[in-house]
Design a protein. Structure first.
Length: 163
């Protein structure tokens, strides 16, 4: 099992990356050859550079976040190519989308589902839970030890191991 896991890790590039192709610049996801983002729009801020680990996509593929070198996190609607929300002051931030549903809904009503954004600021050791898209900050935790989110292709690999 360990041998196969090491083969899996070394057989693919570890991180998502920008790649120049014949059709233009694409954001390539390792392990997902059919999932590429096309660079069609950019903000007019020439000094803004996206950091390599600062990109996350929601489960349904509609929303995404980008962390840049100016300590800003941008929430994007990937279908429309529009920035929905900005957070400032999050240098080297990591983001992940999560979905949750009610475990015990009241009788006669289906379980409610919600989409949330986890935002981790390593410099201040704060983990925040935000409601999407225009929702408030729901919860904030001060962490005593550093945290690192797993890359998305590791999460999907873990799901296949559990099956």
């Amino acid at each position: 099992m360990l041998f196969r896991y090491s083969e899996f890790l070394h057989s693919r590039p570890v991180r998502p990356h920008w790649k120049e192709t014949n059709e233009g610049i694409r954001y390539v996801w390792p392990g997902r050859p059919n999932f590429m983002l096309i660079k069609t729009h950019s903000l007019a801020d020439q000094a803004r550079i996206a950091i390599p680990d600062g990109f996350a996509v929601s489960v349904d593929g509609r929303l995404g976040t980008i962390t840049d070198n100016n300590a800003r996190v941008t929430l994007l609607d990937l279908h429309r190519g529009v920035a929905l929300r900005f957070w400032k002051g999050y240098r080297d931030a990591q983001t992940r989308f999560i979905e949750a549903s009610e475990h015990c809904p009241p009788a006669g009503r289906p379980a409610r589902r919600g989409r949330f954004l986890l935002l981790y600021s390593p410099r201040s050791s704060i983990l925040e839970l935000w409601s999407l898209v225009h929702g408030p900050l729901l919860k904030c935790w001060n962490l005593t030890c550093p945290l690192r989110f797993l890359p998305l292709h590791y999460q999907t690999f873990g799901r296949t191991l559990r099956k």
